[in-house]
Design a protein around this ligand. Structure first.
Ligand code: GFB
Length: 313
């Protein structure tokens, strides 16, 4: 178990995942959290990261920083998704090794699995066939991160573990329509349609792809759990084990945000992977399962969105 006063670095604490991990650690009573803003520390800069680690000597590291985004951002900014993530993972893992960090948890993504992987996807599906083209650069960076942690375990004996979450959502998400994932994008689209008195809401693609959505507070809980209870080399899937079509998701968000709306499908936009459902049996076997249902999670995230934007309707 991680001692309550251990020095714990959350890399990426301003992001969706990092902010949830900080909330979770604080509520669990951890007293010595370490964070650094992008302005204070460029995680792509090995010399700067080495200096920061020598100065702060974190004993535990949550490596959850990265350049992330939805299907459009992935296809329009592939160089950033590949370069930033490769560098961030490389610098932090190496600096943690150099100062003798006790344990590091690296966060990947379910897009590491092949486009045609059998569903639900087990951890063994990694690198068995080609990736989904719309997010291949990001997936390759994430796969490199997993392999980096494995390699550091084997060569240096570092206790570096990897968790692979499914599609995430929740408070702190990105609601920018050009770079966001589907759930926050739909929430904003329905919200703006309601405010402007429109009934039509445009959904990208055919609505038929299936996705699994995990509330970020559940993910944070799983990460803290794995830090305490998992020391294996193989990455661990983190999801709910349940998926919905994008059309069903849109209907659920519409029900909460703008019940009298009508869905319009823009099939000039890409669908991406036909399905991405994680097999979560490994994590269940270690002792953790998700607890937030999608309908409840959508409702509470919309409450957060309204509070943030101070727009009540
Ligand atoms: O969430 P999303 O952008 O990412 O899109 P992926 C999921 C599905 O929702 C796709 C559809 O089929 C989109 O076409 N969709 C419908 C929309 N309307 C919208 C909309 O307004 N905005 C967005 N963004 N999508 C990402 C990867 O894939 O998943 C990342 O690109 C990462 O690398 C992330 O792995 C978890 O699930 O397709």
């Amino acid at each position: 178990m991680v001692p309550q006063d251990a020095r714990i670095f959350v890399a990426g604490h301003r992001g969706l995942v990092g902010s949830a991990i900080v909330r979770r650690l604080e509520s669990a009573g951890y007293t010595n959290l370490q964070v650094a803003t992008r302005e204070q520390l460029d995680l792509r800069d090995q010399a700067a990261v080495n200096y920061w680690f020598r100065d702060h000597r974190p004993e535990y590291v949550y490596l959850v920083a990265g350049t992330v985004g939805g299907i459009l951002a992935n296809s329009t900014r592939p160089a950033e998704f590949l370069y930033d993530n490769l560098m961030i993972h490389g610098t932090v893992v190496e600096a943690a090794r150099q100062i003798g960090t006790t344990k590091l948890l690296y966060l990947g993504s379910s897009c590491i699995y092949p486009r045609e992987a059998p569903q639900p996807m087990t951890e063994e599906a990694l690198l068995t066939s080609p990736l989904e083209p719309t997010n291949e650069p990001y997936a390759i960076a994430k796969i490199a991160g997993i392999k980096l942690c494995s390699a550091y375990r084997r060569q240096y004996g570092c206790n570096f573990i990897s968790a692979m979450p499914t599609n995430l959502y929740g408070p702190g998400d990105n609601f920018d329509l050009d770079s966001s994932h589907v759930l926050p994008a739909l929430m904003r689209k329905f919200h703006e349609a309601k405010l402007s008195g429109q009934s039509d809401v445009t959904i990208w693609g055919t609505g038929s792809p299936r996705r699994e959505f995990l509330h970020v507070d559940d993910l944070a809980d799983a990460c803290v759990f794995l830090m305490d209870h998992y020391d294996g080399e193989q990455h661990v899937n983190v999801g709910t084990g349940v998926d919905v079509t994008i059309k069903e998701l849109a209907e659920m968000v519409g029900q909460v945000v703008h019940p009298n709306s009508r869905l319009v499908f823009d099939t000039t936009k890409p669908d991406g992977s036909p399905r991405k459902l994680l097999d979560v049996n490994k994590l269940a076997g270690i002792g953790w399962t998700a607890s937030t249902g999608l309908a409840d999670g959508i409702r509470s995230t919309y409450e957060w969105f309204l509070a943030q934007h101070s727009v009540r309707s």
